[in-house]
Structures are given as structure tokens and as C-alpha cells.
Design a protein around this ligand. Structure first.
Ligand SMILES: [Zn+2]
Ligand SMILES: [Zn+2]
Length: 250
């Protein structure tokens, strides 16, 4: 299993980071976790043509996590993708409404030449190729989900945007990689988001093997987030950068 950071930023445009998006590659499946604006364009730069994309899992419906959904659905109508395998979209209840409203506004998002399969996800598990995904409710919006994706090689956990909640421990328990919201420095915490020490505290309680801090607002610039995290967590701390690839497990 491999995780590539497509976007480590937020809704605020900055030169070096796109909004939220991650690419997950297993032996059997290529999936995005979130698809913030710009992240679709990263796929060819990391060697994934659109015909290879099997699934998109959305943590919540804030625009910095899903705006490229419209761009994706429009792109997949191109004749070159006709007959490709189905694209599976996963998200909390509201997904069908979101896609319906987008298609109402932009009728040319209607799938053509391929099947679009929408899956509204409740907390619990579902299969994604040979992997098992566990969806965990996370405190951020009313229907935010974290995803833990595990196969025979290892497990990666994605908090999505997250405020303090014990479910983060369940999400990341024993994970090889815990990708966690770290929106602001510790002395500037905002509602709905975590800071490096808070994220690290959950990684420590969960005994996650490696913590990937991400979703950095510009206020993070100039702060030593990794040092702050290491005060609360004994594992490996990595600060996300767009394009960074991390191998997981055996
Ligand atoms: Zn966000
Ligand atoms: Zn959000």
C-alpha cells in the first residue's frame, strides 16, 4: 500500500499546497481520499491516468475536500474513457444529493460511457477491492467521516478535518500511517480542527506507527509543528508536502 499526498493545504490558496487530497494505491485498487480543487491535476504528475482511478472517498462536503468531483465527472465523459470500469464514490449521507445538485447545475456531469456508483456510507466497514474500509464518525461537520483502510500489507487512517474526539483513537489504532488534521499551531487552535500536539496525542493513544500531519493553514508557516508533535508522541512524525509518497507495511 502506498499513500501519496496530492494536497496538504486548505481552502486558502497558497503557492505550494493544493487543498485536501490523497492517493491510495493497493495491489488491487487506486483510490482518492478527498479531491479538493487542483488535486485531480496531480494524478498524472504521480503516474495515475484517470482510467486507473477506481474510487473516491469523501471525508465531508466542505469545498476544499471535494470541489474536483465536478471536474472529475466532466473529464470522465471524454470519449477516451468510454467503457472504463465503474467509478465508485463513497461519502456520508448527502452524497446522492450533492451529486444530484451538481448535475442539476451542470447537466454535462451526467455519466456517459461509464457507470458511476454512489455509496452513502454509515459508520462501519465496507470492502474496497481487496481492502477493508472502516468509516468512523469524526467531529467536524455533522456528517464527517474518517476512513481507515486496511489490507494484508498494512493500514492507513485518514482523519479528514477533525476537532477533538475519542473516535480518532479508534480510527488510528495500530495504524501504520495516521494522516491527521493539523490546521493550526498549538497556540492558535480554531474550532473544527486540530493542532500538532492534539493530533500527536491521538496518535500516541492509538499507538499509530507514523503520524503524517497535514491540512496546514498559512498560520502554520514558521512554526516547528514536528517538534510540537514529538512532545506528545513517540512515533515517527512527518509533515505533509504535496507530491510526497509514503509506503505502508510489508
Ligand atoms: Zn478542510
Ligand atoms: Zn472541513
Amino acid at each position: 500500500m502506498q499513500v501519496t499526498v496530492l494536497g496538504s493545504g486548505t481552502a486558502i490558496p497558497v503557492a505550494s499546497r493544493f487543498p485536501a487530497g490523497y492517493l491510495l494505491r493497493t495491489d488491487a485498487t487506486v483510490a482518492m481520499v478527498d479531491c479538493g480543487p487542483g488535486t485531480l491535476r496531480r494524478l498524472p504528475t504521480v503516474g495515475v491516468p484517470l482510467e486507473r482511478l477506481d474510487a473516491v472517498l469523501l471525508t465531508h462536503y466542505h469545498t476544499d475536500h471535494c470541489a474536483d468531483l465536478a471536474a472529475l465527472l466532466f473529464a470522465l465523459r471524454a470519449p477516451q474513457f468510454a467503457g472504463r470500469p465503474p467509478l465508485h464514490l463513497y461519502g456520508a449521507p448527502g452524497l446522492v444529493r450533492l451529486v444530484g445538485k451538481l448535475t442539476e447545475a451542470w447537466p454535462w456531469l451526467e455519466p456517459r460511457g461509464y457507470d458511476l456508483r454512489l455509496h452513502e456510507v454509515l459508520p462501519g466497514t465496507f470492502a474496497l477491492g481487496a481492502a477493508t474500509v472502516t468509516a468512523v464518525p469524526i467531529r467536524h461537520t455533522a456528517q464527517s467521516l474518517g476512513y481507515r483502510i486496511a489490507d494484508a500489507t498494512g493500514a492507513a487512517a485518514f482523519s479528514g478535518d477533525a476537532d477533538t474526539c475519542d473516535e480518532l483513537v479508534q480510527l488510528a489504532r495500530g495504524a501504520d500511517l495516521f494522516v491527521c488534521d493539523c490546521a493550526m499551531p498549538d497556540d492558535q487552535k480554531i474550532d473544527g480542527h486540530l493542532t500538532p500536539r492534539l493530533a500527536a496525542g491521538y496518535a500516541e493513544r492509538a499507538a499509530a506507527r507514523r503520524l503524517l500531519l497535514t491540512h496546514f493553514y498559512p498560520a502554520c508557516d514558521g512554526h516547528d509543528l514536528a517538534a510540537a508533535a514529538r512532545t506528545a508522541y513517540g512515533g515517527d512524525v512527518v509533515l505533509a508536502e504535496d507530491g510526497m509518497a509514503l509506503a505502508i507495511g510489508r
